[in-house]
Ligand binder design. Structure first.
Ligand SMILES: C[S@@+](CC[C@H](N)C(=O)[O-])C[C@H]1O[C@@H](n2cnc3c(N)ncnc32)[C@H](O)[C@@H]1O
Length: 484
């Protein structure tokens, strides 16, 4: 350590410091102050005294990142971590880093939810400009979506390590560590025993299970290999592990690594065994919706999330029969189905999604006799558009084919982690809906977009957090905005 001034010490990566975390920060760490410096400490809790190793620093060493290695005085909210590979204290004893994916595992579930509520409120205050003492922030809660913490994820993703086994990455590390599965995964995914495969030529494994028990496994083949060759080499292992896997409704795809660009897609060189389209059923408030979704396409990643989120969005949208609603960033159309059921046969729904594969799922789901229509929405005018939300919204106000959708009553948006941004918020404001319902998977993005909406004259009318990702710092937030 280099002494800078009497009370400011310059720390270096690898130094061990004693810290007293005070409060939770966005991103899964806790804020502590020592020797005139700010620390973002992972795997700790407010009120504890911990020893932590410095893992990184901010610009000009203004703040540091640290990982807890020992707890000197534990919070009453701490518990034994349910999974050894992600247990930071065990990892420190074994001289390795904990893998990511369960960074809140050491915290009792109700306190995980309380901490996530604090983070949402703070982002809405700091980035959204809402007063800290606003009753909606003071009363903000995060509700669990299920009583069970483990075994609920329906989509899992693994890297592959040097020994060619499934692996996960420690926080901000490129060095994967072998894992023997993932306890947050649904039993049907754990039962695939992916950890038993020797994954030559493969860089990533994604697995999904539908509510109807179909399974899909996608192997991403490293750039230096051909999917067809890797597939033939792996096939005997898959047959040994899963038997007649197509008979058991396990579909498998081998796809080449994407060197650049975002999004998922099916390409000519892909090898596919079985049907990659998963049948998903969602029941809520007397309505039953069915969907077809590509196994690698977006679907809410928790057994209880589609139904819980659907019911909440329906309540927050508060649509009346015959009205018009937008579902922006719609995926395969989960919320499109909810909104169409709410506006009924005289209503209109515009559903916009950018991913070609997921959008073509939505097109089929909402075709005239599509499986995602309920009795109430059998005749609803539903227009599914494939494209970038900002571009489509530009067309809504100018192109004749959107005439029936020019004045939405309610706009629902559920963007990816980066949020919607100023342009899209301005476009929605121009459409002048009665309400905007924002579904956010990152409270900071919600905070930024709330700031734009407030500048445009909107105010927060309702907000609720949902704990769709237990044992992690991630949280879903649903917010309703109305014009001031
Ligand atoms: C969080 S998912 C929401 C999906 C859907 N609401 C659901 O519940 O299943 C976000 C979706 O937005 C899509 N997306 C991301 N950026 C987009 C953009 N600029 N324009 C259109 N769609 C986009 C992604 O492909 C993804 O399907």
């Amino acid at each position: 350590m280099n002494h800078q001034s009497e009370d400011q010490i310059n720390f270096s990566i690898g130094d061990i410091v004693e810290l007293n975390p005070e409060k939770v920060a966005h991103g899964g760490s806790f804020v502590a102050r020592a020797n005139g410096r700010v620390f973002f400490v992972r795997h700790s809790l407010p009120g504890e005294t911990v020893r932590a190793v410095i893992t990184g620093s901010g610009p000009k060493n203004r703040f540091f990142f640290a990982d807890t290695v020992e707890v000197l005085s534990a919070s009453a909210n701490r518990r034994q971590h349910p999974w050894a590979p992600a247990d930071a204290l065990l990892a420190a004893q074994e001289n390795r880093l904990p893998v990511g994916g369960m960074e809140f595992g050491h915290i009792t579930p109700s306190v995980q939810q309380e901490l996530k509520a604090v983070v949402i409120a703070e982002q809405l205050q700091r980035l959204g400009g809402i007063a800290a003492d606003h009753p909606l922030l003071e009363q903000l809660t995060v509700k669990p979506v299920s009583e069970k913490e483990l075994g609920q994820r329906t989509r899992v993703h693994f890297g592959v390590d040097a020994q060619r086994h499934i692996a996960m990455y420690p926080h901000q590390s490129n060095e994967p560590q072998t894992v023997d599965g993932f306890p947050l995964a649904a039993a049907a995914l754990e039962n695939l025993h992916l950890e038993q495969l020797e994954l030559s030529g493969i860089s990533r494994v994604d697995a999904a299970v539908s509510s109807t028990g179909q399974r899909f496994v996608q192997f991403t083949v490293g750039a230096e290999n051909k999917p067809a060759v890797v597939a033939e080499n792996l096939k005997p292992q898959l047959e040994q592990l899963w038997g007649d896997f197509q008979e058991r409704r396990i579909a498998v795809r081998f796809t080449a690594e994407r060197i650049s660009g975002r999004g998922r897609g099916v390409r000519a060189a892909d090898v596919l065994w079985g049907d990659p389209v998963l049948q998903e059923n969602v029941s809520f408030e007397g309505a039953k919706l069915n969907f077809e979704v590509d196994g690698a396409g977006f679907w809410q990643n928790h057994t209880a999330a589609p139904a819980t989120l659907s019911a909440l969005v329906r309540e927050f949208a508060d649509l009346k029969s015959g009205e018009t609603a937008f579902d922006l960033y719609a995926g395969a159309g989960l919320l499109t189905g909810v909104l169409a059921d709410a506006v009924g046969e005289k209503g209109h729904v515009l559903s916009v999604e950018g991913s070609p594969v997921t959008s073509s799922n939505a097109e089929k789901n909402f075709a005239r006799q599509g499986i995602s229509r309920t009795e109430r929405s059998s005749k609803t005018v539903i227009k599914v558009v494939r494209g970038d939300v900002a571009k489509v919204l530009r067309n809504v106000s100018t192109k004749p084919e959107y005439r029936a959708f020019a004045r939405p009553d309610v706009v629902v948006l559920d963007p990816s982690r980066e949020g919607a941004g100023r342009q899209v918020m301005e476009q929605i404001d121009q459409l002048d809906p009665r309400a905007i319902v924002y579904v956010a998977c990152d409270p900071a993005a919600l905070g930024r977009d709330t700031g734009y909406l407030r500048e445009l004259g909107w105010s927060l009318a309702k907000v609720q957090g949902l704990d769709m990702y237990p044992c992690t710092h991630h949280v879903e937030t649903i917010a309703r905005f109305e014009r001031r």
